[in-house]
Design a protein around this ligand. Structure first.
Ligand code: GZL
Length: 343
């Protein structure tokens, strides 16, 4: 081999090695597409979940996010990408598109409102990314746009509250007197608000003596519920019942009622009904500040994982899975029971 040719071979080999090292360095900086988690030297295939969470507006929502984070851990073989949309559907849609680009294995969506999802869900379906809808519902003509839904029957929750109020007023001998009801709604056009409102509306339609004194949106938050209840009480103090669509709204309503000199709960002037049955909500109920707390269970992490595990084994999950739920009155509750419930 001539000296000239040997040098040529040497130069090419050195150049090739240099290019290889540069590519290696660039790959190390590339976004994480590698799905293998190195643990004790063995590579393991990770399942990547893109989770579009609607916000962190309430104790319920925080418990729901924690349930997902506690379930989809690296130890369990998952990479969980959580996006908090802060109540914005636009942000949720952008997050879903980002998850598609990142080629996640599954998308979990907690939708802030029921409508406006067709286009982005079709993009996910066409990209071959299964979407599991969790908690609130999406309304769509084409149910091929999502693989499965798991959550609560919000209309049934509303009906349970109305049935309880009917029986409670009968026990109190007040089933013939005019009952003035203030309704503090959750985030409008969310399936939670639509369902719980539908339950109350059926109650109002079925009881001629029940009158709707006011209906305002409390956005599932304590601050907004306090604000709207305070303003309602400036126009009337003739309030027999306040129907709050979640615990955080109930806390705001309590503050406004107290400031207006009205008592509430088990031995108070005003009957207080709430939804969620969070730890703080049940504690208030146990203390007699809330007359009825309707359970809405946020611990969907394990329920979503069951769906994903089935899909991983090429199984077909149930299209819709409803969570079994109950209601709580003050005498049903102890600190131990509340502690054991996990949220
Ligand atoms: C209900 C859930 C609602 C809760 C609120 O499933 O979507 O949203 O009732 C939460 O506390 O903000």
């Amino acid at each position: 081999m001539s000296e000239k040719y040997r040098k040529k071979i040497y130069r090419r080999t050195a150049l090739g090695a240099a290019v290889f090292l540069i590519v290696l360095a660039l790959a190390a900086c590339a976004p994480r597409m590698n799905r293998n988690a190195e643990t004790d030297g063995s590579a393991r295939q990770m399942t990547v979940i893109g989770f579009s969470q609607l916000g962190n507006e309430s104790d319920w929502r925080i418990a729901n996010t924690e349930s997902m984070e506690n379930t989809f851990t690296e130890e369990a073989g998952y990479e969980l990408l959580t996006d908090d949309a802060r109540q914005s559907q636009e942000k949720q849609i952008a997050a879903i598109r980002n998850f598609i680009l990142r080629e996640v294995d599954y998308i979990v969506l907690a939708p802030v409102v029921v409508s406006g999802w067709e286009e982005v869900l079709a993009e996910a379906r066409d990209a071959g990314v299964p979407v599991i809808v969790m908690d609130r519902r999406v309304e769509t003509e084409d149910d091929s746009l999502y693989t499965a839904w798991v959550g609560s029957d919000m209309e049934a929750e509303g009906d349970r509250a109305v049935r309880w109020l009917d029986e409670y007023l009968k026990e109190q001998g007040r089933d013939r007197e005019e009952i003035s009801i203030v309704h503090i709604q959750g985030s409008l056009n969310s399936s939670a608000q639509l369902g719980r409102t539908a339950g109350l509306d059926r109650g109002l339609a079925g009881h001629r003596n029940w009158k709707l004194a006011a209906r305002e949106c409390g956005e599932f938050t304590q601050a907004k519920a306090y604000e709207v209840m305070r303003d309602i009480l400036k126009t009337t103090k003739e309030v027999d019942v306040v129907y709050c669509e979640n615990d955080n709204e109930a806390f705001g309503v309590m503050q406004a009622l107290g400031e207006a000199g009205l008592t509430y709960g088990k031995d108070g002037d005003v009957i207080l009904i709430s939804f969620d049955a969070t730890e703080a909500g049940l504690t208030a109920c146990m203390n007699g500040q809330i007359n009825l707390n309707v359970e809405c269970n946020p611990l969907h992490g394990p329920r979503v994982e069951k769906i994903i595990s089935l899909l991983e084994e090429d199984g077909t999950p149930q299209k819709e899975s409803y969570v079994e739920e109950t209601v709580f009155e003050p005498d049903d509750l102890t600190e131990e029971l509340i502690r054991e419930r996990g949220y």
